[in-house]
Design a protein around this ligand. Structure first.
Ligand code: HSE
Length: 429
């Protein structure tokens, strides 16, 4: 029988879920995996206020050092999130010969390079399945399931909160803030939901996926990101009438030595499998050689789905000691690979303008677009109201970000334009 002593740091939504799941599955894990997990100590700054009744005789502390210094602890489970002191906890654990399981996307995406080096040096393992897509086996899927494949492009819906909000706004016509409140109530959102809404959470996760898929660490901060707070019901409806849906998409592509990595609201065709990913569901859709196109999907946020990923990491850890083939221990980085600046990325755009309804208006707008070399694939005037401002929706051909922004700045200066133009990128997939 394997025995593994755990020091759990962070007893919030996910931490308490892990304790609950280990307790519920105690016999199952013992019988199937010949393993016993004991939560030896739990650390949380609010430990006295948390319901710790299910923790049995675990030692409760507010100081993470107590767990790091406890020689009987084999594995530190870090579930506090954020950069600090999470980084210090992980490095402290590795230096003391403890394995690490974490769900922390910020710390892995930002410090992965040095943490992986340290793990290899200390011959310890870092598992981080729940850092992307919670319990959906995305990390294992890419690193183990399709090992030997070359990934060429990757698209993800990897923020459950944003996908839930967009789905609720589309299906139930509720407002952005109503949908956000609901996501918070269901435990999907981060303690600071701005990180979900502004795309930062997705950028951290995309940074991890970019490393797994293309062997290059990119900091979440360096990834171009736009959040969903400006998405309106009007755009959701116009998109629908054009056979499109809006998703907060993370995109990574590699061509020669350039990587395109970006997070932004994106219009995708309704018939694409990613368009059917709704609510808190996440999905990763990738194109691998020789496997071809693959999509993996499941609930990407919430207490028990995140706990599921952490427990699966613990079970994997229990069956091995130092695993030299684990992704953190075969760490190497592609040389000379750089990120393509967003200004040079070519996409198609959906543009919505609020323009005065009178003859000659459209030609003024298309004149400016034409001068910037922007081809138009379709134009729809969404209402008629003589001499009043009405919405005009256009779909462009492929164009660089830079050219589009320059043209929109010029269009916004026209006296016939009544609001800041809206531009949403489109992806053919
Ligand atoms: N806040 C995250 C989300 C939780 O909404 O996807 C999982 O990382």
């Amino acid at each position: 029988m394997n025995k593994l002593n755990i020091g759990l740091i962070g007893y919030g939504v996910v931490g308490s879920g892990v304790a609950k799941l280990l307790n519920q599955r105690k016999n199952y894990i013992r019988n199937k995996f010949k393993t016993e997990f004991a939560i030896k100590s739990v650390c949380d700054v609010k430990i006295s206020k948390r319901d710790t009744s299910g923790l049995g005789r675990a030692y409760l502390t507010t100081k993470f050092e107590d767990i790091l210094e406890d020689k009987s602890i084999d594995c530190v489970v870090e579930l506090i999130g954020g950069l600090h002191p999470a980084k210090e906890i992980i490095t402290g654990a590795l230096k003391r010969g403890k394995h690490v399981v974490t769900a922390n996307k910020a710390v892995i995406s930002t410090f992965g390079r040095e943490l992986f080096r340290l793990a290899r040096e200390k011959k310890r393992n870092i598992y981080f399945e729940s850092s992307v897509g919670a319990g959906i086996p995305i990390i294992k899927g890419i690193t183990e399931g399709i090992a030997g494949n070359k990934v060429q492009r990757l698209y993800g819906i990897i923020n459950g909160t944003c996908n839930f909000i967009l789905s609720e706004m589309t299906k139930n016509k509720i407002t952005f803030s109503q949908a956000l409140k609901l996501a918070q109530k269901k435990g999907y959102a981060e303690s600071n939901p701005v990180l979900d809404i502004n795309g930062m959470d997705s950028a951290h996760k995309l940074a991890i996926l970019t490393y797994l898929a293309f062997g290059k660490f990119i900091k979440g901060e360096d990834i171009y990101k736009e959040g969903i707070k400006d998405i309106s019901h009007a755009d959701i409806e116009y998109a629908d009438s054009l056979g499109l849906v809006i998703k907060l998409l993370t995109i990574a592509k590699k061509e020669n030595d350039r990587i395109e990595a970006r997070v932004h609201p994106t219009l995708i065709p309704k018939e694409h499998p990613l368009a059917s990913i709704n609510g808190v569901y996440n999905a990763i859709y990738l194109d691998a050689d020789p496997l071809g196109e693959l999509m993996i999907s499941g609930q990407g946020a919430g207490q028990m789905t995140a706990a599921s990923g952490v427990v699966s990491d613990l079970i994997n850890l229990a069956s091995k000691d130092y695993d030299e083939n684990l992704i953190c221990n075969i760490y190497s980085e592609a040389k000379n690979v750089r990120i393509k600046a967003i200004n040079n990325v070519q996409t198609r755009f959906y543009i919505r303008l609020q323009a005065i309804d009178k003859p000659g208006v459209l030609s003024k707008i298309t004149g400016i677009l034409g001068k910037h070399g922007i081809g138009i694939n379709s134009v729809t005037q969404k209402a008629h109201n003589w001499m009043a401002a009405v919405p005009v929706v256009m779909l462009t051909d492929y164009i660089t970000e830079k050219e589009l922004r320059q043209a929109l700045d010029k269009i916004a200066e026209l006296s016939i334009i009544r609001k800041k133009p809206v531009a949403i990128r489109m992806e053919k997939l």
